[in-house]
Design a protein around this ligand. Structure first.
Ligand code: UDP
Ligand code: MG
Length: 176
């Protein structure tokens, strides 16, 4: 059976983490007969109850793996640690604060099964974003696509799926 790894970076998420983990697992119930599910929660040096809450869940549920940093290293490092330890044929990363809708993971998987090696969540609403940030992102994407050969998808997020091939290529990169 193919395995799906879900990576959740968490920094001071005591208010959200239990609900988000439950929500992710619930939204994956529909595919759990077809895939092995592995959740890799990376605690990025939280100073609140996040580590204890996740450890308690991990003790009860063998699908939940847990990595704890000694201090805060930042989300990118937390995601990298999660990717390094994930064993899935596909690796999905999702935020711990409930801002990424977990019901989309099943769609990511369907798109992956149809042949996509990377599936990226794109924001379609900008609620709560200041006009300055909106205009800033608009020009950022304009400038990036004008100066780079790689196409950038505007408003893409790091709610995304990576195929195992992509994960292995990523692991070969040495820069941080
Ligand atoms: N996060 C992390 N380390 C940090 C900051 C954030 O692991 O130093 C996690 C955080 O818990 C959340 C995700 O990264 O799951 C996104 O963080 P945040 O909501 O602050 O970022 P934004 O929504 O602005 O992209
Ligand atoms: Mg957030």
């Amino acid at each position: 059976m193919k395995r799906i790894s879900i990576i959740i970076p968490a920094y001071n998420e005591e208010k959200n983490i239990v609900r988000v983990i439950a929500d992710v697992l619930e939204k994956l119930e529909g595919i759990s007969s077809r895939y092995d599910i592995e959740l890799v929660v990376v605690d990025d040096g939280s100073k609140d109850a996040t580590p204890r809450l996740v450890m308690d869940l991990a003790k009860k549920d063998p699908r939940i793996k847990y990595i704890q940093f000694t201090r805060n290293f930042g989300k990118e490092t937390a995601l990298t640690a999660g990717i390094m330890s994930a064993s899935g044929d596909a690796v999905v990363m999702i935020d711990a604060d409930g801002q990424h809708p977990p019901e989309l993971i099943a769609d990511f998987i369907t798109t992956w099964e149809a042949g996509s090696k990377v599936v990226v969540g794109v924001r379609n609403s900008h609620r709560g974003e200041s006009p300055v940030k909106r205009i800033g992102s608009y020009f950022f994407y304009k400038l990036m696509s004008a100066t780079s050969e790689t196409e950038m998808v505007p408003y893409s997020t790091d709610f995304r799926l990576l195929d195992r091939d992509v994960v292995e290529s990523f692991k070969l990169l040495e820069e941080r």
